[in-house]
Design a binder for this molecule. Sequence first.
Ligand code: ADP
Ligand code: ASP
Ligand code: MG
Length: 401
Amino acid sequence: MNIVVMKFGGTSVAGTEKINNIAKIVKSEFKNNRLIVVLSAMAGETNKLQSYLDEFKAQNSIESDLVLTSGEQVTIGLLSAALNNIGVRSLPLLGWQVPILTDENYEKAKILQIDKKRIKEYFADYDVIVLAGFQGVNLSGRITSLGRGGSDTTAVAIASAIDAERCDIYTDVDGVFTTDPNIEPNAKKIPKLSYEEMLEMASTGAKVLHTRSVELAMKNNLTLQVLSSLTKKNGTFIIDEKELIEKEIVSGVSYSRNEAKVTISGIPDKPGISAKIFGLMTENNINVDMIVQNISQDGVSANITFTINQKDHDLTKSVIEKSKSTLNYKSLLLDKKVAKVSVIGMGMMSQAGVAEKMFKTLAKNVINILAISTSEIKISVLIDEKHTNIAVKSLHEVYNL
Ligand code: ADP
Ligand code: ASP
Ligand code: MG
């Protein structure tokens, strides 16, 4: 039995007309295959639910995940009804009904296990299983969510668990582009991309795929295709690096406005201080990204700057303020008006001058660099948020993308 996994994002299921359209796409795919169709909530729905939760200050809790995951219950029910209406035997399933077992971390739960035996048994009576993305159940029997954008991860996890033939991620653009096509109209669709490049693009802000979905696909060597639910064109294939014939020096430019910069000034310049600061961040489950340390003007104390996700702004501020006496710093400054812009490419590993070109281009546009971080295939810079679009566009141009 061939099983194909198809995932449709929020814009593809936003409204009954679109859901009927998806039902037709699913029916056309169904001929020789059994299908698992993973859905998001309707576009904007999860944001709306988040804003309700904000009013009640419900964060990382049983309640937050119960509410956040409710949008998917609506879309899977409606698509299943639409499929049954056109003669496709369909069963809608929530995460706990599979079950998709996760750890206990609300709002960023990790999948531990999927019961594939039961899923396969359902195919005795049904042609299509319509599965709610973004959700699971923990060992305490509570509903969990996988982090915003997490339905991609549900799709990849289920595809890996049942050894699916393919995993197609349908979205509102034709594939993965050289940069976000919504801010750079000249962006081009990339036909093939390595897992590593896609991982860097996703983790630096290209929200077209959830970062963990790419990690999981890479681990299981599962080919992903990102394609449009509106056109019938081939999309982007995310594959093993070894299968890539040509390695681009720079494949894409990504950006993230979800950053916040933290600067702690006048800390004693002695061993153990960084360990203390970042120990505090770890204890509080706050991810730190870029880090810059320098000696302050007096030569005896130091300043340290690092970036965090904007959603951790308030928590970081209170955690550091509470430890003022042990950290012994002079001042603390947090800034949300920053953005991270990154260039990514496999070919960068063997080519000099990529960073220089990036820095020269930013300088030409009078954009100041606040922090830098690199990997073998990525260079990221932190800049003032107001320069994001011009930075992305000028870098896209200078690398001939
Ligand atoms: P879905 O609801 O289908 O999951 P998302 O909104 O999560 O869709 O992801 C698709 C969006 O990702 C696109 O509309 C686009 O604006 C954005 N995006 C950012 N960077 C890229 C990129 N490099 N290629 C394609 N899309 C990108
Ligand atoms: N509906 C969830 C969100 O908006 C999950 C997803 O779309 O992937 O984050
Ligand atoms: Mg998405």
